[in-house]
Design a protein around this ligand. Structure first.
Ligand code: GLV
Length: 309
């Protein structure tokens, strides 16, 4: 069996050695744009070039090295007749939950103010947290969104979730579809985005949406940069509608140094690290799925290209 590894990693051997450990009989190659076709059976990819699919038309499945498949479904010649498989959790959901909880706790417990007080040598108690003042709305209740919502609910924050169809999650009020979006927003102060990027979610977080949140809103974006209209967030911050934004993903990454977000004290920027792809768990999952496909068994995580995730 031949496996092609296609990702712009300066040290691809960190991946290929793991693939080899899990699939000792496999012949593994690292994609080089100028190499001839290697007639690969499977491709393991992150942001692959479209030429991959012209050169390797015999692929039996494509495995994405991340949960979000937006970069893949955008490729016009992505094969439609083979499984395109996204990463399912592989240690990412807990990291997302941690990242979001860290920021929600830090903001709702006024931790920045305590740091400033420390710098000024001040011992001063601030108002204690009133959880009812921090209702959290999680956009997207896929595996990651659910983990985020459940984690915050465990900490006794009022938590709501919005998704295409209703979900029954303990401690999380579920809102579904376009018709319930307004009600969801009207009750939300901390908006956490975990949605997949599709044509219907692109630019969703715009000025109109931000204006429908509760006052002193907080935005945490761990989905994709293209969910958020940057100028609209800047405007909502200037107007005082949004008081804090924690952004891990951006339309252009790395975020250009001229972007206004860098200069805004209300904005916290992290370089797309809310959930790192964990090599061992990722390759173990992909290898298991390759072995299942080889045995003709069904696998989970196959995306619906039409739907976009
Ligand atoms: C990371 O952004 C992912 O999609 O897994």
């Amino acid at each position: 069996m031949k496996i092609l590894f296609v990702a712009a990693d300066p040290k691809p051997e960190r991946w290929t050695s793991l693939i080899q450990q899990h699939l000792p009989d496999a012949e593994i190659q690292v994609w080089q744009p100028d190499n001839p076709s290697c007639a690969a059976d499977y491709a393991i990819v992150w942001h692959p070039p479209a030429t991959l699919f012209d050169k390797e038309p015999q692929l039996k499945a494509v495995f994405n090295l991340g949960a979000g498949v937006d970069a893949l479904v955008r490729i016009p010649n992505l094969p439609r007749d083979i499984p395109i498989v996204r990463l399912e959790d592989a240690g990412m959901a807990v990291q997302m939950a941690e990242y979001v909880a860290y920021h929600v706790i830090g903001i709702s417990r006024d931790m920045d103010a305590y740091r400033e007080q420390q710098a000024a040598g001040q011992w001063k108690l601030r108002r204690p947290i009133e959880r009812s003042e921090w209702p959290i709305g999680v956009l997207g209740l896929g595996h990651i969104g659910q983990r985020v919502a459940k984690t915050l609910a465990t900490l006794d924050y009022p938590v709501m979730g919005w998704s295409r169809s209703a979900h029954g999650i303990d401690g999380v009020r579920s809102f579904a579809g376009e018709v319930e979006l307004d009600d969801f927003l009207a009750e939300t102060r901390v908006l956490v985005n975990t949605l997949p990027l599709t044509d219907s979610t692109r630019d969703l977080i715009d000025h109109s949406l931000l204006s429908r949140l509760r006052p002193d809103a907080v935005i945490i974006n761990v989905g994709r940069g293209e969910h958020l209209v940057d100028e609209d967030l800047c405007r909502a911050i200037e107007e005082g509608k949004v008081t804090r934004a924690v952004l891990d993903v951006f339309r252009e990454e790395p975020l250009p140094s001229s972007h206004p977000f860098w200069q805004m004290p209300q904005v916290t920027i992290t370089p797309h690290v809310s959930a790192r792809t964990l090599r061992e768990a990722t390759i173990a999952q992909i290898a298991d799925k390759i072995l299942a496909l080889e045995k003709g068994q069904p696998i989970s995580g196959v995306i619906d290209i039409q739907r976009g995730y």
